[in-house]
Every structure is written in structure tokens, then in C-alpha cells.
Design a protein around this ligand. Sequence first.
Ligand code: GLP
Length: 241
Amino acid sequence: MQVYVYRNEEQVAQAAAMIFAAELAAKPNLVLGLATGTTPIPTYQRLIALNRDGLIDFSQARSYNLDEYVGLEPGHPASYRYFMNVKLFDHINIDKANTHVPSGLGDVKKNADAYDAAIEEAGGIDLQLLGIGHNGHIGFNEPNPRAFIYKTNVVTLTPSTIQANARLFDKEADVPRQAISLGIGGIMNARRVILLATGRGKAQAVRDAVKGDITPLLPASILKAHRNAQFLLDEEAASLL
Ligand code: GLP
């Protein structure tokens, strides 16, 4: 993994957006792996502006999101499908039919297997965008002493993740306790990974991922073993390195 430090989150977003632009220029039908959370929002805003100005074209791009809550309808304002539509897809020239978010409804285990198969069918993820949880999770792959979970799977959220994500719901009790998430294998199979982290709150997780051992207790640490992963950090997120 390579680590790049920028002055602030705007510069992180600028760098990330430029990577998207370069990769899409090289391969217009790029398979994007996309992430939710507060961190990628400035990047998405830049992508929208670049698309509006005709500098980036999503017309042939395909996308697969990392995760979704179990039990939330796509129209629920806290669902990740809703987030992606509102924050990105509604404002760029991507074909919505080419955008995919795992479904947390119905037979979720079956959905998980079908999701992996669909990504494989698409040729695999070319560019995977990631955030990082305060506990070092990527996607919703929570610290888990047993093993890194390879495939897309149903995961039980930790109390700290439920608490961190409660701001997006009316109250903490409304946060689903489970999610469907691309597994560590799905992330590691991406040809390129860019992880964004901004703010002091992410500094410890970033430090552990970059400087610590590779361990399932800090899922982002696995990215040290990825052949083409870059961490784009602002100074606050890099402050413990
Ligand atoms: C959620 C998402 C992750 C995201 C993390 C951090 O748990 N499942 O994909 O990286 O939150 O979110 P934020 O960027 O809001 O700190």
C-alpha cells in the first residue's frame, strides 16, 4: 500500500476524483466499487462537477456498492441505495441499470452469492473506493477474531458501528443490527483500491492499518497485502503516523 497525505479533505477528494477520471479515460466501461459514508461525499461532489463539465463520462461505467443494511427498502432514506442515488447516481450520466447495491431484503444469503457471481460476470472490480470505520472496518467487514470473511456475506454490526451510524437514523434503536457486505476477498480482488480517510477520528484506525500487523482484528490492515492500494489521507487522519 502507498500512503499519500493531503492538507485537507477537499484535496483528498480532488486526488480521488482525478484517479476516477484517469481510470475512466483509460477504460470507459470501468467496473467501479463504490462506498457510502460521509468520507466519500466530497469526492462524489467533484465527480458530479467533472461530469457536468464534460470532463468525465460514466455512460459505459458499471458500479457495485460495498454494502447495504439488512431489512431496509431501497427507498428508505438511510438505505445505501438511497444514499448512492441522491449523492451521486441522480447527478451523473451513469445508466442506473448498471448500478448495483447488494440487497438486504428477502433471502440475503442468496443475494450475497448472486452478488459475487454478478461481479465476476462483469469481469471483476477495476477501481474500489473505500472508507474506513473507527474500528478499522472496510465495507461492513467488522473486526472478527475468527477469520477474514472472503465472500459477500451477512454480517452483524458491532455496537461501535451501530452507534457511529445512528446519526443517519431517527434513533439508535432504528439502526439495523445486520448488513450485507462485500467480503475481504471481493475487496482484495479489485485491481486497484483507494481508501479515503479524513479527520482526527480516523487517525488511530489509519495508524493501526498502516503500521500494525495484518490482522482480522483490524480489517483494513489486509490492504498492506494488496498490490495496488493507495491510502489518501488528510493531515488529521495521518496525524498518528
Ligand atoms: C459505514 C460504511 C463503511 C464506511 C464507514 C465510515 O460503516 N459501511 O463503508 O467506510 O461507515 O463512514 P464515514 O465515512 O461516515 O466515517
